[in-house]
Design a protein around this ligand. Structure first.
Ligand code: ADP
Ligand code: MG
Length: 332
């Protein structure tokens, strides 16, 4: 059973960014308005997500990290109208299997917080009182330490994994309304640097200015597109002639109903139209697709980054027309 569990866990948590992503989404699901991500040695030693959300109630302590424990999916039909990020109860159990997991948490009904330690199989092995504000801190030390091959890969690729994580955190910070994000990385003997800091003020525009900078924002053009009554796209894209020669992943952010996702077909379309008008350049793009929850399925890949639209072609067609207009020579 141990081996099967470890294999499954390895599919939900593929790397540093998928691990942190699960924790950030738990914080968002808990209604946090402040989320701090702390890393030690780019996440290689440990990483921690600290939130001011609702906290975890003591009667859930024992089951918290057991496989398929979730407090979020009341009934199977809920899968179609999913409002929360999590719903499979796999993240904490997977993280236990792959690293050393501790949780500190306090709800509004408790006067002190509790520090919880879990073993590889997700069993609660130690519990002690501690001081903390309302909210939850989840710490994972030595991710992949019990998978020797993966662990070596992890150390070797840590800078790359870190880069991917920062770009993912940027995506959450861009789309979040009213959530403050801070990310710090501590290296060597306590040299702590702030790598991301937002006030969570509100509009996508404000978030772009804080996360990507005013210079970047001034090169962008708004995109608003109404595909049908219930389906629309809004965001920003590089103005003609303002793109970059490098196709950096961290310059294109796609969301479906506020959920960061990979959209290779949209990315390909955007690049193709932009390059047509601006030879050999790639645009910055920040696009949020608002569609009815019933029209897509997030349950197709374990990390929930891939989604499946029921009407992808008409969305792509409408986007193509809209971008062609933005990049038509008369607008340049
Ligand atoms: P899921 O998110 O799919 O429910 P997880 O394994 O990510 O599964 O988390 C298990 C449960 O632990 C959640 O359903 C939730 O009740 C609780 N939990 C995890 N993280 C937090 C958090 N930061 N704040 C409040 N509750 C949390
Ligand atoms: Mg979760």
């Amino acid at each position: 059973k141990g081996v099967v569990h470890r294999i499954c866990a390895g599919q939900v948590i593929l790397d540093l960014s998928s691990a942190v992503k699960e924790l950030v989404e738990n914080s968002l699901d808990a209604g946090a308005t402040s989320i701090e991500i702390a890393l030690k040695e780019y996440g290689e030693e440990w990483f921690q997500v600290i939130d001011n959300g609702c906290g975890i109630s003591p009667n859930n302590f024992k089951v918290l990290a057991l496989k398929h424990h979730t407090s979020k999916l009341a009934d199977f039909t809920d899968l179609h109208s999913l409002a929360t990020f999590g719903f499979r109860g796999e993240a904490l159990s997977s993280l236990c299997a792959l690293g050393n997991l501790t949780v500190e948490t306090r709800t509004k009904n408790e006067s002190v917080a509790t520090h919880l330690t879990f073993d590889r199989s997700g069993l609660l092995v130690a519990e002690k009182k501690t001081a903390r504000q309302i909210g939850t801190t989840v710490t994972v030390k030595k991710l992949f330490c019990n998978l020797p091959v993966r662990s070596k890969e992890f150390s070797r690729n840590i800078r790359k994994e870190y880069g991917k994580l920062i770009s993912l955190l940027n995506a959450y910070a861009l789309i979040a309304k009213g959530v403050r994000f801070v990310c710090t990385n501590t290296t060597g003997k306590n040299v702590r640097s702030v790598v991301l800091k937002t006030q969570g003020s509100g509009s996508l525009k404000d978030n772009i200015i804080t996360v990507l900078g005013m210079n970047t924002f001034s090169c962008l053009e708004p995109v608003t597109l109404c595909i049908s009554d219930s389906c629309n796209v809004d965001g920003f894209i590089s103005k003609s002639g303002q793109g970059s020669g490098r196709n950096l992943g961290d310059r294109q952010y796609f969301f479906v109903n506020g959920r960061p996702v990979d959209m290779p077909k949209v990315s390909k379309l955007v690049n193709e139209l932009y390059k047509g008008a601006n030879s050999r350049q790639y645009p910055i793009a920040i696009l949020n697709f608002r569609v009815p929850t019933r029209s897509y399925d997030v349950n197709v890949s374990p990390d929930k980054r891939k989604i499946f639209f029921s009407d992808e072609n008409s969305i792509l067609r409408a986007l193509r027309e809209c971008l062609q207009q933005i990049y038509s020579p008369s607008n340049a």
